[in-house]
Design a protein around this ligand. Sequence first.
Ligand SMILES: *[C@@H]1O[C@H](CO)[C@@H](O)[C@H](O)[C@H]1NC(C)=O
Length: 488
Amino acid sequence: MKFARNVALALAVVSSSCVGAFSTSRINNAMNKASSNAATMLRETNGGLDTDLILPSFSTKDEYISYLKKAGALPDGFALGTAKGTFVSVEAPAMGPLPIKATVIHLTEGPTDSWAAVFTSNRFPGCPIKVGKDRLAKGHPLQALVINNKVSNVCPGGDGIAAAESVCAAVAEGLNLPGGANTVLPSSTGVIGWRLPAKELAEDVVPKAIEAIQADSAFAAAEAIMTTDRYPKLRSKTLSNGVRVVGVAKGAGMIEPNMATMLGYIMTDATIEKSKLQTMLSAACNRSFNSISIDGDESTSDTVVAIASGLKPLSSEDELQAALFEVCEGLSADLVRNGEGTGHVMRVKISNFPGSEYDARRMGRHLVNSPLVKCAISGNDPNTGRIAGAIGSFMGKFFPEESVDEMSLTLGGRTIFNNGKFVLEGQEVEEELSNHMADAQLGEHDDFPQHQKFVEIGIDFGGEGSDVTVLGSDLTNEYVAVNADYRS
Ligand SMILES: *[C@@H]1O[C@H](CO)[C@@H](O)[C@H](O)[C@H]1NC(C)=O
């Protein structure tokens, strides 16, 4: 999470993993309100339908999808199309024709200067990342985005940059963009090391995606950018004067060694200066995508882009920042939840950490990445000693001078550690804690999110310091099975 700032724009780092300032009672209220007609429960706002802060419970995949479709109404000035095609991998021809999808996002009213991006800090970035960083550094306006799944174009044989540029050129030609390929931002996600099937994309899949362009919903993009994701992810928010912010994301952690990326695209019709948008996006990424961890691995292609068509005036910058926080926090929670094999999402709220927010996040990530903690959570085992142990280990290594005497710990809202001692009183408490975890459990194979509950962990250092929230997932048999079997 280092920031490399150049003149006007900042390139930040998206590390694997977020979030939220929602209180437990608000979640419970949202849950209780959730009913069988979830799809009709969208927040109604000025002319738009938005996703709820905590999505309602869904009982079928169809319900979830129709909810997202309605909530995905595009901001003014955006249209998008998706299409499928096939290719044969140069590296693995024996696999025969493989499916690939392309998504094209078009700014219908002309190019915009107002776009911002946050890219991976991985030292082996994909070729599209190199192209994107270059466009950002040179201050090129953008009029389209093109995203493909299946092949990530990271360290391929051949010229991966030329391949990415040729796909951008096909988009520019298909959409008649006056600024040419330089106004198209490419992203790729999928297998690392393979060549991008640029010819198939440029001649077949991209033209079909352009034919399919529509200005109704961002949902098609949420679906087409998926790889190992279990379900599409979309969040939206309408500001008081009708400005819309709609985001889609993909990612499921470094689940299969060769298929790991998180991508996020946030579209808005707000009028906002480029450098301000970059600062807002970076702040939102810090609180969301940089505050989650599924397995501690950061991919070579992580990218979050915010792009503004500028068709509507912005009445308040604070409102836009709040919407970016909400959309990014929602998406990053969805990423953790939809990780392959995820059975629980942990939400660790750290208060008064005796150090920077950056370090508080590091501590949260250390905790949610502890295999012992992850396994205990997976088994609904309230092994509170492991939680305290992981915190103590981090503090001993990195903050040996800071006092932890005042630290208190809660699990599911109940104090479990205080004044240097555990406060666990017998079987009843044990059961209460275990029930809290069981209640937050998700089906490891679900293809839609049944609920949005968390295993709530609170850590308060007392005194004054940084407050952050970090999300992580448990470690299930299913996760191990998926990763152990991937190459066999
Ligand atoms: C994001 O976090 C980094 C690392 O902690 C920090 O340097 C940067 O200032 C933050 N950016 C914003 C806009 O808050």
